[in-house]
Design a protein around this ligand. Structure first.
Ligand SMILES: Cc1cc2nc3c(=O)[nH]c(=O)nc-3n(C[C@H](O)[C@H](O)[C@H](O)COP(=O)(O)O)c2cc1C
Length: 316
């Protein structure tokens, strides 16, 4: 397996030992706050300096503002949670005007996560966000395609390729496509995205789930179904990263159920260069920092110098 993850020994932050080069961008460490679980960083910024993070993937953006789904929008599950927040966000223009300047004050990579109803909408957002100079665009393909009768872009290689091409054509920053695990062959979708121009891939998004209140005999979520995330999904994420890393030759941001450094190391051994921390931040705001420190401890304790020393180094 070849991993396109050239490592740098120096970077601007001086934190050389944990730095990762990803699509030609230096991340000071491999830990990225996962989209939708970190807002625009305002709340977490009250707990610690966000410059401690390798990157922040912001709350999913749409072309126009969205109120999201009706409540209840979250439900607890064993070792995880279900959510159907429904992409509540102020819209891409308000993000650029009101949130990006504040985020830019931190010395961390800013990743704009985008969702669209059509491929054209994705393209328009990619152009606006490139003008605004975000570091990377993350394309959430787990959205219903209005023109294809609501079928999710992310479940079809042809639709993923169409969206990726449109974003790539409009973007002037690296493009990362975020894959859904709700497919029978995730490697096939990964290859379609890379062939259409994706510079990187991130995975996994949430797994489709559902819970029922047995007293009322009604679904717990107003949306009926929702996305499963948290510790419970780590083994699915490790499997998906492993399969995708063997199928493509672009760097991977791996996520799904990461709670500590050892979880992150599993995803890196499977092929991830960067690691996302999502649901874990809800129970412990410091989770991303602890994950970063845990990766460093593993590297030091096992004779490795750099994060890239373990990326894709599964002994199988
Ligand atoms: C409440 C919530 C909102 C999310 N919103 C988005 C989103 O807007 N865009 C996106 O690509 N992923 C979104 N995700 C998925 C996460 O970024 C991540 O891929 C997933 O939760 C798995 O990681 P985790 O188990 O560490 O949370 C969301 C997840 C949660 C729990």
């Amino acid at each position: 397996m070849t991993i396109n993850n050239e490592q740098l020994t120096i970077n601007n932050s001086g934190d050389a030992s944990l730095s990762v080069s990803f699509c030609g961008l230096v991340f000071k460490n491999p830990v990225v706050a996962a989209s939708g679980t970190f807002g625009f960083g305002r709340e977490y910024g009250e707990y610690y300096d966000l410059s401690e993070l390798g990157g922040i993937s912001v709350k999913g953006l749409t072309l126009l503002p969205r109120n999201g789904n009706p409540s209840p929008r979250v439900a607890e599950t064993p070792s995880g949670m279900l959510n159907a927040v429904g992409l509540q966000n102020p819209g891409v223009d308000a993000f650029i005007a009101d949130e990006l300047p504040t985020l830019r004050r931190y010395d961390t990579r800013i990743i704009a996560n985008i969702s669209g109803n059509t491929a054209e909408e994705y393209g328009i957002m990619a152009a606006k966000l490139s003008d605004a100079a975000v570091d990377l665009i993350e394309v959430n393909v787990s959205c219903p395609n209005v023109k294809a009768g609501g079928m999710q872009f992310g479940t079809s290689p042809a639709l993923v390729a169409e969206v990726t091409r449109e974003v790539r054509r409009n973007a002037r920053v690296p493009v990362m496509v975020k894959l859904s695990p709700n497919v029978s062959d995730i490697a096939e979708i990964a290859v379609a995205a890379v062939d259409a121009g994706a510079d990187a891939l991130s995975l996994i998004n949430t797994l489709l789930g559902m819970r029922i209140d047995i007293k009322t005999r009604r679904p717990i979520l107003a949306n009926v179904t929702g996305g499963l995330s948290g510790a419970a999904i780590l083994p699915v994420a490790v499997r998906c990263v492993y399969q995708v890393a063997r199928a493509v030759n672009v760097p991977i941001l791996g996520m799904g159920g990461v709670c500590d450094g050892d979880d992150a190391v599993e995803l890196m051994l499977a092929g991830a260069s960067l690691v996302g921390v999502g649901t874990a931040s809800f129970t412990d705001p410091f989770a991303p920092i602890k994950v970063r420190d845990g990766i460093e401890k593993y590297l030091n304790g096992n004779g490795f110098t750099l994060p890239s020393d373990i990326t894709g180094k599964l002994d199988a």
